[in-house]
Design a protein around this ligand. Structure first.
Ligand SMILES: Cc1ncc(COP(=O)(O)O)c(C=O)c1O
Ligand SMILES: N[C@@H](CCCC[NH3+])C(=O)O
Length: 463
């Protein structure tokens, strides 16, 4: 197909869409700094660049689809979180958002701790040299083998998620002759304003122990009596992709109330509280995320105020941002394959990846934007849906987006804000090969997670 316009594709503002965009942006070539990594810009030829390297060169060297991660942006965000929370608080990067050994080294260099939620993430962290005492171990169903390993290597804390786990960790620690530092994860009964699948503090779900009905108080009672455990605090994580601080405030207030009850019943002031992660990022221009210093101030103020009211010393606060650190730092680069204009509806733009490299649109109805990356264009905007190459009609990467109507096969398009929960949730559906993650910094690009090969897939298939 030539680089001509697609006559049947709708192009104008009066097209109804299901997502955010009811009108095309004023300038299709503009890159909103809210959704793009910090060093992303266009060069004089109109090519999108990151860390000083153009995507056409990156695509030639590393292929597509691929995730390109702005390392200096990642490091700057780590520093911003560490600085905002200061010496009296701890920031644990949530590795589930995206973890690799390079990331673990960057975290260490920038002074962050790490939250892991599986034996695999623990292996990655330790192999890259993260000191065990800077690791928090999460999960609603840690296996006995995972707990044994975590205790044996001396992780800084295990976050206990059930009554069985309280007994299990205590038993294992005692058997290994250790006293394990633990927190108890509570569900505070907050309805976080986010997608149902990523809200975690209402009562009808699998995580944590409910404050309601005295369950959490009972968990504390048990943990305090067990020799293998050193109970250091209470943990609450209310969900993910949240902008409204009100949920965090209610959570902090309820956790402090529990600390006061514990003090009254046991004469013990637990020294720490962890308020989890979950801070939202901008996936589209309509999202307005908070800066780390605003979040730190809001959380610090509420905890201090509530503790003063309860006559408690202010505990050490920790937080666990994942998405807010890595999410904005990467984009996915795709090559356009086929373009199908559907009269009166929209134009389907198929790319060489899809739900295997970004399941979030299918799973959470997530919103993304997209930009023509290998050139600029002055053509009319066309309402597009960016879809993948999988055998599934729900294989959608960007539901509603405007792309220039002269888009053609071979063009490169980029979807920003894919640093979190895209590579880490990637799959081999249809025997897709999971894309590489390439870190770009100061004119240098380096693969930190290589592309899977067909040999990798055949290795697992033992015939
Ligand atoms: C316990 C815990 N901490 C931290 C996070 C990180 O969340 P986010 O990436 O939204 O900051 C999660 C995931 O939602 C989590 O379950
Ligand atoms: N994977 C989810 C968030 C869940 C985080 C882990 N509790 C997302 O992509 O938004």
């Amino acid at each position: 197909m030539s680089r001509s316009a697609h006559p049947a594709g709708p192009r104008h503002a009066d097209v109804m869409t299901e997502g955010h965009y009811t009108a095309p942006p004023a300038d299709l070539n503009a890159l909103d700094e809210k959704v793009w990594a910090r060093t992303v810009t266009r060069d004089e030829d109109g090519v999108i660049t990151v860390g000083g390297i153009g995507v056409t060169r990156l695509a030639e060297e590393f292929g597509t689809p691929a995730y390109f991660l702005d390392e200096s942006d990642f490091r700057a965000r780590c520093r911003a979180w560490a600085d905002a929370f200061g010496r009296d608080a701890d920031v644990f990067y949530a590795g589930k958002a995206f973890l690799s050994r390079a990331v673990v080294r960057w975290l260490q260099e920038e002074g962050l701790n790490l939250d892991v939620c599986s034996g695999g993430e623990l292996t990655c962290a330790l192999d890259a040299g993260m000191p065990a005492e800077r690791i928090a171990f999460h999960g609603n169903n840690k296996t006995v083998a995972e707990i044994e390993r975590a205790v044996a290597v001396g992780v800084g804390r295990i976050v206990l998620d059930s009554f069985q786990e309280i007994a299990r960790v205590a038993h294992i620690a005692q058997r290994l002759g250790k006293r394990q530092r633990v927190q108890i994860r509570v569900t505070v009964g907050v309805e976080a304003h986010t997608h149902e699948f990523i809200a975690t503090a209402h009562e009808d779900q699998k995580f944590g122990i409910a404050l309601a009905g005295g369950q959490a108080a009972e968990a504390v009672r048990r943990a305090l009596t067990l020799d293998g455990l050193e109970l250091i605090g209470i943990h609450s994580h209310i969900g993910s992709q949240i902008f409204d601080m009100a949920g965090f405030e209610v959570s902090a207030r309820r956790v402090v109330q529990l600390l006061a009850e514990v003090r009254d019943e046991h004469g013990v002031e637990l020294p720490e509280i962890d308020l989890g992660g979950g801070l939202g990022i901008a996936y589209t221009s309509e999202d307005d995320p908070r800066e780390p210093h605003e979040i730190a101030k809001a959380l610090g103020d509420i905890v201090t105020r509530e503790c003063e009211a309860a006559g408690l010393a202010t505990p050490r606060i920790s937080v666990e941002p994942g998405r807010a650190i890595v999410g904005p730092t990467a984009f996915t680069l795709y090559e356009v394959g086929t373009i199908k204009p559907l009269e009166g509806l929209r134009t389907y733009v198929s790319v060489d990846g899809g739900m295997s490299d970004n399941i979030r649109t299918a799973l959470y109805d997530a919103e993304y934007t997209v930009a023509l990356a290998s050139r600029t264009s002055d053509a009319e905007p066309m309402l597009a849906r960016v879809v993948g190459k999988h055998c599934e009609s729900g294989d959608i990467v960007v539901k509603d987006a405007f792309l220039p109507s002269d888009l053609a096969p071979g063009d490169l398009i980029a979807v920003p804000a894919t640093g979190a929960y895209c590579r880490s949730m990637a799959s081999n559906y249809n025997h897709a090969l999971r894309p590489p993650v390439v870190a770009v910094r100061d004119g240098q690009a380096r693969v930190i997670v290589r592309r899977e090969t067909e040999e990798d897939l055949l290795c697992l298939d033992v015939g």
